[in-house]
Design a protein around this ligand. Structure first.
Ligand SMILES: [Zn+2]
Ligand SMILES: [Zn+2]
Ligand SMILES: [Zn+2]
Ligand SMILES: [Zn+2]
Length: 325
């Protein structure tokens, strides 16, 4: 449809009609009788095309602009809605205006009251920049760029192995940990229980990549095994920017105890230890200390199976998106 609009708005037809305006509007009748507004590209006299919208499809342009235009001249932070303007046209952010006595502009000689300026809200919301993190590609409003960058799912995370120093987005970190450090990687579907047989205590770290229904890679978690005396401690951290809060993930881990011994009462149930935690995010997941975590799974030694030299923990784990978040 965009191409059609351009054809109809060729320079010759525009000039032939004596129409020098940058754009014109057309209303087309659809078969069901409803009308759809369409704007058509019209070239100006110099041969440049100028148009804001073609048949509802947004047309974007890359601009260079003075960055100060997008910053509040009072606090120097990026302007975000609601942007305010005084009678003389001075701008200020909502926070600064709230601090001014009587909303009066200090830069105007006789003062002037600030008012909300919706047109500037539209400008600062439309000025978008690309996230610098490799693999992200999202364009976010300039005033949100800093928040997005620090909470971006593609923000680089540090390798979990001490002294390595490699940093990469979580997806690339999985490949690195697997290839360079032979860290085991488990791929488990989101929201379903999985059983993984974990040798105790080595290797102490393994990665869990949660996959969606379409098999695509989702969030990455680091599973760490530690010991408190004879007790095995299992903790899980989400590998992503520390400030990344959404989506939130609930991790349920459990282990079933040994079957009741021969002297036990009939029908005695098998014990289970369970941890139901919300995973914290960390961009240096290998550096998260056990004492910083609010919850982990504590497994008594009798829950481990296998010969003494190669004990294993049959660990059940389910990771799901916390939909109440
Ligand atoms: Zn301000
Ligand atoms: Zn002013
Ligand atoms: Zn990003
Ligand atoms: Zn590494």
């Amino acid at each position: 449809m965009a191409a059609e609009g351009r054809d109809r708005g060729s320079p010759s037809s525009a000039m032939g009609q004596g129409d020098q305006s940058a754009k014109k509007q057309r209303v087309e009748q659809l078969p069901n009788g409803s009308a759809v507004k369409q704007e058509v590209v019209v070239h100006d006299g110099a041969g440049g095309a100028v148009v804001a919208e073609v048949n509802g499809a947004r047309v974007e342009v890359t601009l260079k602009m003075d960055i100060s235009v997008l910053h509040c001249p009072l606090c120097f932070s990026p302007l975000k809605p609601p942007v305010h303007k005084c009678k003389a046209g001075h701008l200020a952010c909502g926070g600064c205006v709230a601090d001014l006595p009587g909303n009066q502009c200090r830069r105007c000689e006789h003062g002037g009251a600030f008012d909300h300026e919706p047109a500037m809200d539209a400008v600062v919301s439309a000025a978008r920049v690309e996230c610098p993190h490799e693999g992200c590609g999202r364009y976010v409003a300039y005033y949100e760029a800093s928040d997005h960058k620090s909470a971006c799912l593609h923000a680089p995370c540090l390798c979990t192995e001490p002294g390595c120093g490699f940093a990469a987005p979580p997806s690339a970190l999985v490949a690195h940990l697997s290839a360079a450090h032979s860290v085991p990687v488990h791929r488990i579907p989101c929201g379903r229980p999985n059983k993984i047989q974990v040798p105790v205590p080595c290797p102490p770290r393994r990665l869990i990549v949660v996959t969606g229904d379409d098999g695509r890679h989702g969030p990455v978690f680091l599973l760490t095994l530690g010991a408190l005396g004879a007790v095995t401690v299992v903790s899980v951290v989400c590998v992503r920017a520390d400030t990344c809060m959404v989506p939130r993930y609930t991790v349920k881990m459990w282990a079933n105890g040994p079957p009741p011994g021969p002297g036990s009462a009939a029908n005695r149930k098998t014990d289970t230890v369970l941890a139901d935690v919300e995973a914290v995010s960390s961009s240096s997941p290998g550096g998260v200390a056990l004492e910083d975590l609010t919850s982990y799974l504590m497994v008594p030694p009798r829950y481990l199976v296998g010969p003494a030299a190669s004990k294993e923990l049959p660990l059940h784990i389910r990771i799901e998106k916390n939909i109440s978040a």
